[in-house]
Design a protein around this ligand. Structure first.
Ligand SMILES: [Zn+2]
Length: 217
């Protein structure tokens, strides 16, 4: 199966990508992994991408697209793949569609992990990080024995700026702005499938798998 996975920060996308890909015996292809592989492999595209990243600039779409094309041309991706982090916008989605059509194929389904903003805030804003050892705790899901103190090393716990409610809500807004058009694009294509991404991790995977089965035949 050829699957794209989308979902907001805090939806557990990375974890689900891993589980779903392994259930389906297809490679999980994330843009992060592709970037790292190209940069560490010293490919021409990797060198180009690194120039942008070193300057603190975004890697242009055409470089990302070329890397995705190379990756999707590899042997292990011929029977299917799960894409995570690509496409990010409608132009990229259109390029992907054209690319797959050239390969004589197309996407089967786009899974959209659905989580309420308040739930994302509850998950992320409860995180506390140890100043000494860096271990991450959670005030509700994984609290230390003594509030504000790391069980592992006795260090002081603090809330990172990234885990503050305002920061999380801002990231969610940016995500919605960028992703809403992508979601409607795939809804129009008739391949969008929402998956309730609340509750235990295994239950979310099961929901995703039954959603995929509906598209399998
Ligand atoms: Zn610690």
């Amino acid at each position: 199966m050829r699957v794209v996975l989308v979902g907001p920060p805090g939806a557990g996308k990375g974890t689900q990508a891993q589980f779903i890909a392994s259930h389906l015996s297809i490679p999980k292809i994330s843009t992060g992994d592709i970037f790292r592989a190209n940069v560490s492999g010293g490919t021409e595209l990797g060198k180009l991408a690194k120039e942008y990243m070193d300057r603190g600039d975004l890697v242009p779409d055409e470089v990302t697209v070329a890397m995705v094309r190379d990756r999707l041309s590899e042997d292990d991706a011929q029977e299917g793949f799960l894409l995570d982090g690509f496409p990010r916008n409608v132009p990229q989605a259109e390029v992907l569609k054209k690319m797959l059509a050239e390969f004589g194929t197309g996407l089967d389904v786009v899974l959209n992990l659905v989580v309420e903003d308040d739930e994302v805030v509850r998950r992320l804003a409860g995180r506390r990080t140890c100043r000494s050892c860096g271990k991450v705790w959670h005030v509700v899901f994984d609290p230390p024995a003594v509030e504000g103190v790391c069980d592992a090393c006795g260090g002081e716990l603090f809330q990172r700026d990234d885990d503050r409610e305002e920061t999380i809500r801002r990231r969610l807004e940016v995500y919605q702005e960028q992703t809403a058009p992508l979601i409607s694009f795939y809804a129009d294509e008739g391949i969008l499938q929402g998956v309730d991404a609340t509750g235990p991790v295994e239950e979310i995977t099961q929901r995703a798998m039954s959603a995929l089965r509906r598209f399998a035949d």
